[in-house]
Ligand binder design. Structure first.
Ligand code: UD1
Length: 357
């Protein structure tokens, strides 16, 4: 079987690694990198570290407004699909690269396989929510990470070709944790004692694009009792520069690759984030999390308070972070599968939507 896979943003590289390894054993995968993330520390470093095959096509679309970025990708992916004529197209998650890939294939009647289907925040202002809904509704095979995602699709009338494979990000954590903890990969932790720092990330448009919200987040982080390590997304770096936000307790570091990030999470006292992936990685590594958003797609992580949502309000952030510190050692049901998602996704694609048959 020959498929085209479209990736473009950091979380997609992490998900692509386990799948590509399994799928390529007996099938052909043409990898397209849209170039949505283009800085070396947002892209190349993941390909090297996770041994992801070199992309067959690099579209170099770079930054731009949503319409421009998605439109540029759409045009170029269509050309590739016309010349490669694959049996299907695979996309991950909810980025502009996901939507562009799915739309190009669907218009050419090429089956679309969506990994991480069925996620919903029910906030249509988020570009990611728009991308998810549209991609799910034109997909031919919906590969869901959780039962919640399956149920969300059912509410929208999507019940055919829907499979709960478990979460491929759990595969990635299980595959890489030992490697991450090898001493050669622990440099980033120098000077950081286990449990003596908070790990934070902020990059969602809903938090970064309103100056007062971003300022409120930083004002709260500045008041936490322990240091906050914040690998900074280029979007956020640019905006804090423009707004003149200064930090002291918050230590800004360059974006880090996957293995050092696993170490940073595993050794943190708590994760404070607006990222989807990081909420789950904190859960998998049994680190409490405070999510700086009004909703989450990953509602399973809220069970037993492993993850708690906080509105963007200075006092509330400080209060919730403080309360979260007392929530350790709670039971953790296994709601994200068993770490075999890559295999199940591969089987489902090859067998046309059936697993274990
Ligand atoms: C995108 C995804 C989001 C995902 C995130 C992971 C969409 C709509 N959003 O958000 O779902 O969680 O990736 O990081 O697809 N930039 C750089 N260098 C880079 C990449 C981006 O400088 O390598 C800057 C550019 O100024 C760009 C801005 O960051 O305009 C935002 O990048 P973009 O790809 O639009 O969205 P993300 O915020 O990264």
């Amino acid at each position: 079987m020959k498929i085209v896979t479209v990736v473009g943003a950091r979380p997609q590289f992490i998900k692509a690694a386990p799948f590509s390894e399994v799928f390529r054993k007996e099938n052909r995968e043409i990898l397209v990198h849209t170039g949505q993330h283009y800085d070396a520390n947002m892209s190349d470093v993941f390909f090297q570290e996770l041994s992801i095959p070199k992309p067959d096509y690099h579209l170099e679309v770079g930054s731009g407004s949503h319409g421009k970025q998605t439109g540029r990708m759409l045009e170029k992916i269509e050309e590739i699909l016309l010349s490669e004529r694959p049996d299907g197209l695979l996309v991950y998650g909810d980025t502009n690269s996901t939507l562009a890939g799915a739309l190009a294939a669907s218009k050419l009647h090429i089956p679309v396989f969506h990994v991480e289907a069925g996620l919903r925040s029910y906030n249509k202002q988020m570009p990611e929510e728009q991308n998810r809904i549209l991609t799910d509704h034109i997909s031919d095979l919906l590969l869901c990470p959780t039962q919640t995602a399956v149920d969300n699709l059912a509410k929208e009338g999507i019940v055919e070709q829907v499979i709960n494979t478990g979460d491929i990000m759990y595969d990635a954590v299980l595959r890489n944790l030992d490697i991450a903890q090898h001493k050669d990969n622990k440099e980033i932790l120098v000077g950081l004692e286990k449990g003596q720092y908070y790990l934070a990330t902020i990059h969602r448009a809903e938090n970064t694009d309103i100056p007062e919200k971003l300022r409120t987040i930083f004002t709260a982080l500045e008041q936490l009792g322990k240091r906050v390590i914040l690998p900074i997304h280029p979007r956020t770096r640019k905006i804090i520069g423009e707004f003149g936000i200064r930090t002291n307790n918050v230590i800004l570091i360059e974006p880090v690759s996957y293995l050092p990030m696993l170490n940073l999470i595993a050794n943190a006292l708590m994760v404070i984030t607006d990222s989807g992936g990081l909420q789950k990685e904190a859960y998998f590594l049994k680190v409490p999390c405070t999510t700086l958003r009004d909703q989450t797609e990953w509602i399973e992580t809220l069970e037993n308070n492993w993850n708690v949502l906080s509105a963007i309000d200075e006092e509330e952030i400080i209060r919730i972070v403080g309360r979260q510190l007392t929530c350790l050692e709670h039971p953790q049901p296994q709601l994200f599968g068993n770490g075999q998602a890559a295999k199940l996704i591969c089987q489902a694609i090859v067998k046309g939507g059936k697993v274990n048959e």
